[in-house]
Design a protein around this ligand. Structure first.
Ligand code: ZN
Length: 708
């Protein structure tokens, strides 16, 4: 099957019929080597979205930063997650599916968390995305095997959550049991598998499951009003709606969004009705990001999906208010979200959660799943609106808190992603670890990494009425269509280490269209040339440059984004970062890392301070940490910084009138000229934050004390 019928509801219906015919004429469960056909199901543009994200068969990474990570995801991450899911000491285990399918003796109880199934489906989703690009038959075999098991584990009525597979009475009694988290990820993984393979084996399971959910929830019984706890089902239902065209799945997603916050109070964090699950205030009336940060970002993703299909402006208004709350008061410099445990501003106990405005301590929680949830949400908002500010946050996550969860070899994982690590202090939670691991007491994050690193190429480009939107820079090939005509582009770049991007047109429509080139919010002085001639209209950072013309094959567009090192300061109300600064270059946040086995303890104890006129020299080191740009500088020790401390002009009080800050949370520091110290200096080589903890146990800090 090919993607020739992409781009319209009729095309999608045609493909659905074609697939159905193929299934009638061939065994859907062949016992031998599965057929190798691949094909993307044509997904139309959502009617109320400005942009259509490209589909899996329209784009692939070729070389560079993301291409390397995509490849290692197949060779290292997916096998590592599989090893984790098969490991007897791991919290999540594929065994639960075998037990529920009657293929293995044993008790489901005591094996794995309630949300185990969902994390197994995320692993299958990662394989489907990789298969679409690589055609790797081993992945097809594995998916095939596990989908057969899943089919056997499904109850005749369509219910499928192994924690209650043999307990009909216990089903859908308590939101915290995560049955709908499991089923939500089932719907997404099956929709992706269908798009990647053209096979309906997994999709049939998902439809039966979604039909069960529709039957249960569409009458809106009060006893189910607080379901689900972790709302992957909203996204899953929309994914299934887009794959099948079945409107009742969209209707159910709308119901789930409307239920949230409709019956507040009286609950606990486990059964709903509180801020923990965004269930105290309806989204349409909400003014702040609250509660469990994975639940929150997943809910906001699902509600954005519903907006894209329905155009319900009250949803987008609520989502925009919440986005302002996140990005101006509750997000870390790394794009991470989820400060930790405590109380919501309305007094509900919350955990793994958004907390008060500006409460952004550096030993934060920042769970991998919530950081990536933040990126997923911003990708959706970008496609709905075409507004570059959402692309900025998406990129801020992807190069920082969205990538720190995995090591350079991509086979070990973090759950929490704090912005500092003090070896001398005992971790305050068992999810905060000094080093990454293979098995863990909660295994949601590793498959989240796998499916995201397998999907990012589809975030790189979108198609709009203007033409092609380039959202992420990375070596890649695009093969798409504009108004029914082929457009093919090749992008080459060393981004994020170098801001030069080259895009060559290989094929294009005969009529004029735009290349919409993203000028990141951090950038200043970007230039664009077309066939070596300057393009006049390049906006300031935080917008897309509209490069419109009649293109011809062979045309070359070059974008140059200067990348000076920026010394960042926080809004003064972020108490944790007062008198501290952080270095960024391009989209990458840097940290000071002092590994124990490289004498880090002595340096840590001598102190590391940045004078505000510190000068960094970027140096590409191909052999360090998979190839990175390090930032070399002379910092000050405690002894050295005393020269400066008398000259302190620091904001140390909370400010209540932040007009000067214009609603931003982080901005470049305006430094002053200071004399250079002759002693008390220490050479440092800052590394990208995402690459920390690859050299053994280490002290680490993103925000370094400032000496003035
Ligand atoms: Zn997680």
């Amino acid at each position: 099957m090919t993607r020739n019928n992409r781009g319209g509801h009729n095309g999608r219906v045609f493909l659905v019929v074609l697939v159905a015919l193929m299934c009638l004429t061939s065994d859907p469960w062949p016992t031998g080597l599965p057929a190798a056909e691949r094909g993307e199901v044509a997904l139309k543009k959502s009617p109320h979205a400005k942009l259509r994200p490209v589909t899996m068969d329209e784009v692939s990474w070729t070389e560079g930063f993301w291409a390397d990570r995509f490849r290692r995801c197949r060779t290292a991450t997916i096998p590592a997650v599989e090893a984790g899911l098969l490991h007897p000491d791991n919290s999540e285990q594929l065994d639960v599916l075998l037990i529920a399918a009657g293929l293995k003796e044993g008790e489901r109880k005591g094996k794995g968390t309630n949300w185990t199934d969902g994390d197994c489906y995320k692993w299958i989703e990662a394989m489907a995305r990789q298969y679409m690009v690589t055609g790797d038959l081993e992945l097809m075999r594995k998916m095939h095997r596990w989908i057969r098991v899943i089919a056997q584990a499904q109850s005749p009525d369509g219910y499928l959550s192994t924690n209650f597979w043999n307990d009909a009475e216990g089903r859908l009694q308590m939101p915290y049991f995560h049955e709908m988290y499991n089923m939500g990820h089932l719907l997404t993984a099956a929709s992706v598998h269908y798009q990647a393979t053209g096979k309906t084996t997994f999709l049939d399971i998902a439809r039966k499951n979604a039909d069960f959910l529709h039957q249960q929830f569409s009458p809106r019984p009060p006893r189910l009003v607080h379901f689900p706890w972790n709302p992957s089902a909203h996204m899953g239902l929309i994914d299934l709606y887009r794959a099948t065209g079945e409107k009742k799945y969209l209707d159910l997603a709308k119901i789930l969004v409307d239920n949230r916050g409709s019956s507040p109070g009286g609950g606990t964090h486990r059964n709903g009705g509180t801020d923990q699950t965004q269930d105290r205030v309806p989204l349409r009336a909400e003014t702040q990001a609250v509660g469990h940060a994975v639940c929150a970002t997943y809910f906001y993703c699902g509600a954005t999906d519903v907006y894209a299909e329905t155009g319900d402006g009250t949803l987008l208004e609520g989502l925009t208010r919440i986005w302002e709350s996140v990005t101006t008061k509750r997000m870390f410099l790394t794009g991470g979200v989820g400060t930790g445990s405590g109380q919501s501003t309305r007094g509900d106990p919350v955990h793994e959660a958004f907390l008060d405005d500006y409460h952004l301590p550096n030993d934060c929680y920042c769970e991998t799943c919530s950081n990536i949830g933040n990126a997923m949400w911003n990708w959706r908002l970008l496609n709905v609106t075409g507004d570059a500010r959402f692309a900025d946050v998406m990129e801020q996550v992807l190069y920082n808190s969205g990538l720190s969860p995995v090591n350079i070899d991509q086979d070990r994982f973090f759950y929490c992603n704090p912005l500092e690590w003090n070896v001398d202090r005992k971790p305050t939670h068992n999810h905060r670890t000094a080093e990454r691991w293979l098995v863990h007491s909660c295994y949601c994050c590793p498959p989240q990494m796998g499916r995201t690193l397998s999907a990012l190429q589809t975030w790189a480009y979108s198609i709009g009425d203007e033409g092609v939107w380039v959202n992420l820079y990375g070596g890649s090939k695009l093969d798409s269509e504009l108004s029914g005509e082929t457009v093919r582009l090749t992008q080459t770049t060393d981004y994020p280490w170098n801001g030069r991007v080259r895009i060559q047109v290989a094929a294009c429509p005969k009529t004029a269209f735009s290349l919409m080139l993203r000028i990141p919010g951090w950038s200043d002085g970007a230039t664009v040339t077309i066939n070596n001639k300057p393009h006049p209209d390049v906006p300031d950072g935080g917008a897309y440059a509209d490069v419109n013309r009649v293109w011809k094959p062979g045309d070359v567009v070059e974008l140059d984004l200067p990348m000076p090192v920026r010394l960042m300061e926080s809004h003064p109300n972020v108490v944790a970062n007062r008198n501290r600064v952080a270095a960024m270059r391009g989209p990458v946040v840097y940290c000071v890392e002092l590994p124990l086995n490289e004498g880090g303890q002595k340096t840590w104890r001598d102190g590391v301070y940045f004078p505000e006129n510190i000068e960094f020299t970027p140096r590409i080191d191909e052999n360090l940490l998979g190839g990175v740009a390090v930032l070399e500088a002379n910092a000050l020790t405690t002894a050295g910084k005393e020269r400066f401390v008398r000259d302190v002009v620091a904001t140390s009080e909370p400010i209540h009138d932040d007009r000067e800050w214009k609603g931003v949370l982080y901005r470049p520091l305006l430094g002053r000229k200071l004399s250079r110290p002759e002693k008390g200096t220490v050479p440092v080589a800052l590394i990208p934050y995402y690459a920390w903890a690859n050299r053994g146990v280490a002290y680490m800090q993103v925000w370094t004390p400032l000496a003035r």
